[in-house]
Design a protein around this ligand. Structure first.
Ligand code: HAM
Length: 423
């Protein structure tokens, strides 16, 4: 019986992986400009981290985690997201004591959620995310949002929609929470079991229910916007002012509730407006999580960040018909005829590579014509032909594949010649 790839995962093969590398390189380049530094945390963490961090009434924690017991009887979980671990590390490594504040970090790596696989929804996916810890200035919220928007734009995406909301501070949230309970309680029997459980524990989650989203009470539910206190309102207004200043278009959606529990104040999502993108249109999600560091046993620290998956990024590029330049081709293909010439190319290839030239030779004992075909498939800019006779005369033939021009070069000077040519 043959073994196949696990459901909801994918192999990223050559030809496709170059797109990933381009996006990843652009993300790193932007982080350098914005001064976010990379952090790498483990792929698995103690299960409690996510129960406490992401929130034990969320779908992620209740239904989607890959949790297992290790041989020492500890409960571990493959990370479903990156924020909880970054904040854990921030507290554990006492980054709140670093002289440079806020601490601005980014990460890139696989996350795992046991979700029903569909277009844009995988069980293993790669998130690029940033977290800025230690600042309560709405300007950093705007910076985080602009980093995400700029990454998409620099890769050519145009059909983007930024949706923002405020979930307010603790006081505003408590007032809103009470209003939600009063709103749903009389008819909670008409809702699914999950929502019935959510009513007491976390009524905000009801608004995010996939099953009951058409219930009439959903449309008339009290909106957080009406419960924001003066501080929360001022914070949200300042953010909008900064976004306008940065010429980032946005819409305010008071119904935007994110699927994780740690948010307050700013919440945002970036969607793709492209036709044919599919049912799941969210490319990126993030928000503010003041209080999470305290939850992890650290000092009170404000924080904000986002995460986006590369899978959805690539799907959005495809939906907008954007082809990334990937097949750059190699500099030189060494074609050889004759045993001695073939032996010689083994060393010559090495010298070229060490001199910074990307090159390849034949390993299948092919005839010269077939070697030229192989060079074509590799998109070689030059093909160097070496026969036993040329070798005896210390010469090599170099053909420019774009112009068809051919020159004979002294074999001992070939590497320098090529380096000069590349310059
Ligand atoms: P999230 O909304 O759960 O937030 O996920 C963020 C992004 O990860 C989504 O917008 C999407 O691009 C991608 N994503 C999530 N699930 C899947 C999946 N099953 N398949 C493919 N892509 C997926 C978070 O994870 C938060 N940690 C974001 C954050 C950072 N908030 C503050 N800082």
């Amino acid at each position: 019986m043959s073994i196949s790839i696990p459901r909801g995962t994918q192999d990223i093969l050559p030809g496709e992986v170059e797109k990933w590398q381009l996006i990843e390189a652009k993300a790193r380049e932007l982080c350098e400009k914005y001064q976010y530094q990379e952090i790498r945390t483990p792929i698995f963490e103690q299960t409690d981290l996510f129960a406490r961090g992401v929130g034990d009434t969320t779908d992620i924690v209740q239904k989607e985690m890959y949790t297992f017991e290790d041989r020492g009887g500890r409960s571990l979980t493959l990370r479903p997201e990156g924020t909880a671990a970054v904040v854990r590390s921030f507290v554990e490594k006492k980054m709140f004591g670093y002289p440079n504040q806020p601490v601005k970090l980014y990460y890139m790596g696989p996350m795992f959620r046991y979700e029903r696989p569909q277009a844009g929804r995988f069980r293993q996916f790669v998130q690029f995310g940033v977290e800025a810890l230690g600042s309560n200035d709405p300007a950093i919220d705007a910076e985080v949002i602009s980093l995400a928007m700029n990454l998409y734009k620099e890769m050519g995406l145009k059909k983007l929609k930024l949706v923002i909301n405020s979930l307010g501070d603790k006081e505003s949230r408590t007032a809103h929470r009470n209003a939600l309970v009063n709103h749903f309680q009389p008819r909670i029997g008409e809702f699914c079991q999950d929502c019935q459980n959510r009513l007491e524990k976390n009524p905000l989650r009801i608004l995010d229910c996939k099953q009951d989203h058409n219930h009439e009470l959903m449309k008339t539910a009290p909106s957080i916007i009406d419960y924001l206190n003066d501080d929360s309102k001022a914070y949200f207004e300042k953010l909008q002012q900064y976004l306008t200043q940065l010429e980032i278009e946005f819409v305010v959606d008071p119904n935007l509730v994110r699927g994780l529990d740690y948010y307050n104040h700013t919440a945002f999502e970036i969607m793709s407006d492209a036709e044919g993108f599919g049912a799941i249109t969210t490319l990126c999600g993030g928000g503010r999580y003041n209080g999470l560091a305290e939850e992890m046993g650290g000092p009170e620290t404000p924080g904000i960040g986002f995460a986006m998956s590369i899978e959805r990024f690539i799907a959005a590029l495809k939906a907008e018909g954007i082809e990334l330049e990937i097949n750059q081709g190699i500099d030189c293909y060494l074609a050889a005829l004759g045993e001695e010439a073939k032996d010689y190319t083994v060393g010559l290839l090495q010298k070229l590579r060490l001199a910074g030239v990307s090159c390849e030779r034949d390993y299948l004992n092919r005839k010269v014509k077939a070697q030229f075909k192989a060079a074509d498939r590799l998109n070689a800019k030059y093909v160097a032909v070496l026969g036993d006779e040329e070798l005896a005369n210390n010469k090599i033939n170099l053909k420019n594949m774009a112009t068809g021009e051919q020159v004979e070069i002294d074999l001992t000077q070939f590497v320098e010649y090529f380096q000069e040519l590349k310059r």
